[in-house]
Design a protein around this ligand. Structure first.
Ligand SMILES: [Zn+2]
Length: 244
């Protein structure tokens, strides 16, 4: 079956919620670049600074990875990057995490919220624990953000409810939609992953971004009768853009 293309023409803003620096850089950032070039604001919320993901100490790795993520954001036109201080490797699904994500959704006011695959099995193996917690919390927070009576302390912070129209899951095993991207977006996506220079240097078996990102996008394209595409599983949430 050919995946339908997602129509972002009425979107003004997108919020990507991910566990770690570099999580956006495995295909998603190609769609992000395509969107930012079309004038859509894309914000990133990272729940940890990925401080437990390198050989060097967390004290050194956290700021280094945050800086590499800032460069990766610049490569694809993302201006607003927020990194929370939840602990990397032991991220806990729970109300504090949901509240933090709901707060960010209300602050940003996105038409679409994007997270990444949070299945137990993902990417050809077992998924990482933080990815499961981050994705599940984002699904729930995307609804919490629109409910005035959930996390009422956010109202005290001056944050009125905001219901995003869509939730998108990147890297889903069974995608429902595709975003066609061009060669410029592909190159930007390769650059965005290459920005995680020190992190990738700690992963000697990691495939070269310039080889596997184009291959990933070609595979996505094959599902959508396009040359290159990023695929998503899309869930309508009933926000403003969905009602227009
Ligand atoms: Zn990750």
């Amino acid at each position: 079956m050919t995946l339908p293309l997602l129509d972002p023409t009425r979107w003004r803003r997108v919020l990507c919620v991910l566990a770690h620096p570099d999580d956006a850089e495995y295909g998603l950032s190609a769609a992000v670049e395509q969107w930012t070039r079309a004038g859509i604001e894309v914000d990133y919320l990272l729940l940890t600074s990925g401080e437990a993901g390198m050989r060097r100490s967390p004290e050194e790795a956290g700021p280094l990875r945050a800086a590499e993520q800032r460069d990766a954001c610049d490569a694809v036109g993302v201006r607003r990057l927020a990194i929370l201080d939840h602990p990397d490797g032991v991220l806990e699904y729970g109300l504090p995490l949901r509240r933090d994500i709901a707060r960010a959704i209300r602050e940003s006011g996105p038409d679409a919220v994007i997270t990444a695959n949070f299945d137990v099995e993902a990417y050809g193996s077992l998924n990482q624990a933080d990815h499961r917690a981050a994705g599940l919390a984002t699904v729930d927070a995307a609804r919490d953000a629109g409910n005035r009576w959930v996390f009422r302390d956010l109202l005290d912070e001056g944050l009125e409810p905001w219901q995003p129209a869509l939730l998108l899951v990147a890297g889903a095993a069974e995608p429902t939609h595709a975003v066609e991207v061009d060669v410029r977006a592909e190159r930007a996506a390769v650059r965005s992953l290459e920005c995680h220079r020190a992190y990738l240097a700690d992963l000697p078996g990691h495939p070269a971004p310039g080889e596997f990102i184009p291959e990933l996008l070609r595979r996505g394209g094959a599902e959508a009768e396009a040359e290159r595409a990023v695929t998503f599983r899309v869930f309508p949430l009933g926000g403003i853009a969905a009602e227009e």
